[in-house]
Write a protein that binds this ligand. Structure first.
Ligand SMILES: Nc1ncnc2c1ncn2[C@@H]1O[C@H](COP(=O)(O)OP(=O)(O)OP(=O)(O)O)[C@@H](O)[C@H]1O
Ligand SMILES: O=C(O)C1=C[C@@H](O)[C@@H](O)[C@H](O)C1
Ligand SMILES: [Mg+2]
Length: 185
């Protein structure tokens, strides 16, 4: 069987725990693209964990680093890029993502996001007394921005990663052959 090729860059956006890193890595493997993760790239360039950057420099400086890393990574060809959960907050990032590839919003319920993030201490914004309330507030603030930038919106509830990636590939192939329309999958 001849497999259809998915052209260009794929960019994943969504909240912490949406699965950008996990799904992105699997999607890259399936589509033969190279995987990048803006959080990992920031850690590689600075030599420290994200939580340490937040501690020492604060969130605004972290966002500056994120803008610079994303501006570099969108120039690559044939990549899957998992972005940090807050990347869409900066207009430069939204513009760069929109202009250099297909943007996929992985949407998840607050319950799922909480369950998937509760054992990981490298998400400084969730180190609070009430991470559920924090996730709900971040969702309210960012969901419109993820939707604004997305070509495709994928509900990840009750979807294991393998099925999600297979379905995503089909949706992306359909999108590739179709004129631009509503991002709701
Ligand atoms: N669809 C899914 N079903 C079940 N578990 C999932 C799913 N997607 C991701 N996970 C799990 O949730 C956890 C968080 O996923 P991941 O690190 O990929 O999220 P992320 O969107 O990259 O978060 P961040 O913005 O903090 O980098 C991981 O343990 C991963 O295995
Ligand atoms: O949602 C966010 O603001 C963040 C998500 C992570 O990917 C990291 O980029 C960092 O922990 C901040
Ligand atoms: Mg990630």
């Amino acid at each position: 069987m001849v497999r259809m090729e998915l052209a260009g860059n794929l960019f994943l956006v969504g909240l912490m725990g949406a699965g950008k890193t996990t799904v992105g890595r699997a999607l890259a493997r399936r589509t033969g693209k190279t995987f990048y993760d803006s959080d990992h790239e920031i850690e590689a360039r600075t030599g420290v964990r994200i939580a340490t950057i937040f501690d020492i420099e604060g969130e605004a400086r972290f966002r500056d680093r994120e803008v610079s890393v994303i501006a570099d990574l969108v120039q690559m060809n044939n990549v899957v890029l998992a972005t940090g959960g807050g990347a869409v907050l900066r207009p430069e990032n939204r513009r760069n993502l929109k202009n250099h590839g297909v943007v996929i919003y992985l949407r998840a319920t607050i319950d799922d996001l909480l369950a998937r993030t509760q054992h990981d201490k490298n998400r400084p914004l969730l180190q609070t007394a009430d991470p559920r309330a924090k996730l709900a507030a971040l969702f309210a603030e960012r969901d419109p921005l993820y939707c604004e930038v997305a070509d495709l919106i994928v509900d990840t509830t009750q979807q294991n990663v393998t099925h999600l990636v297979a379905r995503l590939e089909q949706q992306l192939l359909a999108l590739q052959g179709a004129p631009r329309r509503s991002p709701l999958a």
